[in-house]
Design a protein around this ligand. Structure first.
Ligand SMILES: C[S@@+](CC[C@H](N)C(=O)[O-])C[C@H]1O[C@@H](n2cnc3c(N)ncnc32)[C@H](O)[C@@H]1O
Length: 230
């Protein structure tokens, strides 16, 4: 293949060095986020589940951009996405976050407190579908973030779509799923393949959905932002 001249690559693969540069070119994160990231990293391999810092900053920015007051965060882990939304919500705003396990709740709660947003966060320990079923009639969200068990994303979408107000944002993480969305058969049979298939289905649904303006960004493992039309 002939060498490419400088400036010819329109779609640049993001190397670790380039990713570091990207992060350094964003506004600096504060000591609370740094501490949350450090403590999460100490967990080991599972730390990969945490939203990356540049994505966390984008979540806060989007929350502020649409002056969101009610956010649903599905998949809490150590609490970075919930913290990012809680920092962005308008005065009086609330973030409902849920996880099936309390295993990492101490990290989340400690950092929500340090960031002085704990009073805006309602943390429920239950499968997301139970949390959704328990919502009061008439509940509506300005933002819904899907970042939990990928194989259930299509059913989460069906459940949350009616709860999203017109003009609200559905944000979906891991939409590229390590590239397996191109061909889920390349993923190991079982959970990985089921997740890839489910993500591919939701990606197609959102791209074709008449009520959503959908953009997929190649940030980290892929992030979709879909705005529900007015
Ligand atoms: C990718 S992590 C979430 C990362 C998090 N949003 C952050 O900001 O770092 C996925 C989380 O979803 C949780 N989870 C898995 N199945 C779930 C379910 N059925 N309902 C709610 N949470 C679930 C996992 O326990 C895990 O903590």
């Amino acid at each position: 293949m002939p060498a490419q001249r400088f400036g010819e690559v329109k779609h640049l693969p993001i190397s670790p060095a380039m990713r570091d540069y990207m992060v350094r070119s964003c506004s600096p994160s504060d000591p609370v986020v740094e501490s949350l990231v450090t403590q999460t990293t100490e967990i080991g391999d599972l730390a990969i589940m945490m939203v990356p810092q540049e994505q966390a900053a984008l979540l806060t920015l989007l929350t502020r951009l649409i002056a969101a007051r009610n956010v649903l965060d599905i998949g809490t882990f150590t609490g970075l996405s919930a913290l990012s939304f809680a920092r962005g919500v308008a005065p009086g705003g609330r973030v409902l976050t849920c996880d099936v396990t309390e295993r990492w709740a101490n990290i989340a709660r400690e950092h929500w407190k340090r960031a002085e947003v704990a009073d805006r966060i309602d943390f429920r320990i239950a499968p997301a579908q139970d949390t959704l079923r328990a919502l009061a009639p008439g509940t509506a969200f300005d933002i819904v973030f899907l970042d939990a068990d990928k194989e259930n994303y299509p059913s989460y979408f069906r459940a949350v779509e009616p709860l999203l107000r017109p003009g609200g944002l559905l944000i979906v993480d891991n939409v590229l799923f390590n590239g397996y969305v191109l061909d889920p058969q390349l993923a190991q049979a079982g959970l990985l393949r089921d997740a890839s298939t489910a993500l591919r289905e939701l990606n197609a649904t959102l791209a074709a959905h008449a009520r959503f303006d959908t953009v997929m960004l190649p940030i980290a493992d892929g992030l979709t932002i879909a705005r529900k039309k007015d």
